[in-house]
Design a binder for this molecule. Sequence first.
Ligand code: SDX
Length: 431
Amino acid sequence: MGDSKTTARLTIDGKDFELPVLAGTTGPDVIDIRKLYGQAGVFTYDPGFTSTASCDSTITYIDGEKGELLHRGYPIDQLAEKSHFLEVCYLLLYGELPTAAQLEDFEERVTRHTMLHEQMMYLFRGYRRDAHPMAIMVGVVGALSAFYHDSTDITDPWQREVASIRMIAKMPTIAAMAFKYTLGQPFVYPRNDLDYASNFMRMCFAVPAEDYEVNPILSRAMDRIFTLHADHEQNASTSTVRLASSSGANPFACIAAGIACLWGPAHGGANQACLEMLREIGSVDRIPEYLARAKDKDDDFRLMGFGHRVYKNFDPRAKVMKQSADEVLELLGIEDNPTLQVAKALEKAALEDDYFVDKKLFPNVDFYSGIILEAMGFPTSMFTPIFAVSRTIGWISQWKEMISDPQLKIGRPRQLYHGETLRDYIDIENR
Ligand code: SDX
C-alpha cells in the first residue's frame, strides 16, 4: 500500500474530514476512504465501480487513454510477439520472467498435472449433450474441489501453489472435454510431449480413428490468443474471483465463480456474440442498418466486441488480434473470408461515425478473436471457454496475491437503501 503524501478534504454539513491520498507506481492516485464511515457516518456510492479501486495490486497495469496494457511492467504487444503463454503464466504468477531453468521446471510441473481424475468423466455424462460448454465448465471446475482435497487449504502456501499449477494444467483438458462431450465424441487425453496450445488443439480435434497433426501456425495463433487474454486487472470475472476468495472459499470454487461471470455477453461471452453478430450482418451493405440500430436507445442491439470500460483510445490486444487474423487467414488461404470483410468494414464505418468517436468506442479484444477461432475450426460455443482457459492464470495470480496479503478482509460492499422503512406484519386475512 503506497504512503499517503497528500490528503483530500471532504466537507459534509460544514464538518471537514481529511482523507489520505495514496499514490501507486503509476496511474491515478486513490483517495483512501476506508475510515470514512467510522468518522463521518456516510458511505460512497459507485455501483459499477467506475471510480473505485477495489484492491492494491502489482500484477497488471492498464492506461486506458494511451491504450497501454502491461503485465508486471512488460507491454502486451512485446509479450505477444516475443514470449509465449506459459512464460507469461510464470511472469503473472511469480512477478518476473523466468530463467531457462525456471521455465523448464515450470513447464514440467504444469505438464505433470494435465490429466483429470478418471472419476470426473462421470460428471460430464450428467450434462445434456446440447449443454453449452461454459455450463459444463462452471460445474466441472467447481467439482475439482471434491477431487483434489490436498490443495484446498488456502492457509498453506504449498497447497496454494499446487492448486495454481493444477488449474493452469487442467483447464485446457476440461474445456476440450466439454467440447468433445457436446460433439458426442470420445474424450482425447492430454499428451505431455506437446506444447500447451498444441496439446489443447489436439484434445479438441483428434479422434481415436484419426490423430490430429497440429499445424504449427495455428498452434502459435492459439498460443497468442491465450497470451492476449491472460490477465486484465480488476475486470468483472477477476473481481468475482477476488470477492468469492475473500470469504476463504477454496480456489477451485472461486475460479468456477469467475467462469460464471465471464460467460455474460458484456464480458467474455462477447466473442461468441460478436461472431454471431458479424454472421447476422452477413454483408458489407447491411452495415449502415446495424450501426443505426447500435445507436438507437430504444433498440437493445449493441455492437459486440466494441467499447470498453477502461480503454478510451484503443485496446492494444485488438490490434495484435487483427494482425493475427490477417496472418492466419492468409496462411490458411482464406483471405476472402466474408466474416473478416464484414468485421473490417464495420470497424472502419464505426470509427468514422460521430456516435462511436464521441463515446470513445473502439474494437476490443473480442472483436477479431472469433474470426481466428472459427478459421481454426472451433464453433462459436467454444470461444468463451477458450477465453476461460486463457484467463485462468489471471484469476489465479490475482487470487494468490490477494490471499497472501496480510491485510485481507472479506469483501462486503454496503448499499444505498430505498426500500420500505420499518412496518408491522399484517395477518394474511387483512391484506
Ligand atoms: C471484455 O473489463 C475488462 O477488462 C473486460 C475485458 C477483459 O479482458 O477482462 O477486456 C474483456 O469483457 C471486453 C468487453 C466485451 N464486451 C462487449 O464487447 C459488449 C459490447 N460492449 C459493451 O456492452 C460495453 O461497451 C462494455 C460492457 C464493454 C463497457 O461498458 P461500460 O463501461 O459500462 O459503458 P456503457 O455501457 O455505460 O457505455 C457508455 C455509452 C452508453 O451510451 P450512453 O448511455 O452514454 O448514451 O456508450 C454506449 C452505451 O450505450 N455503448 C455502446 C456500446 N458500448 C457502449 N453503444 C453501442 N455499441 C456498443 N458496443
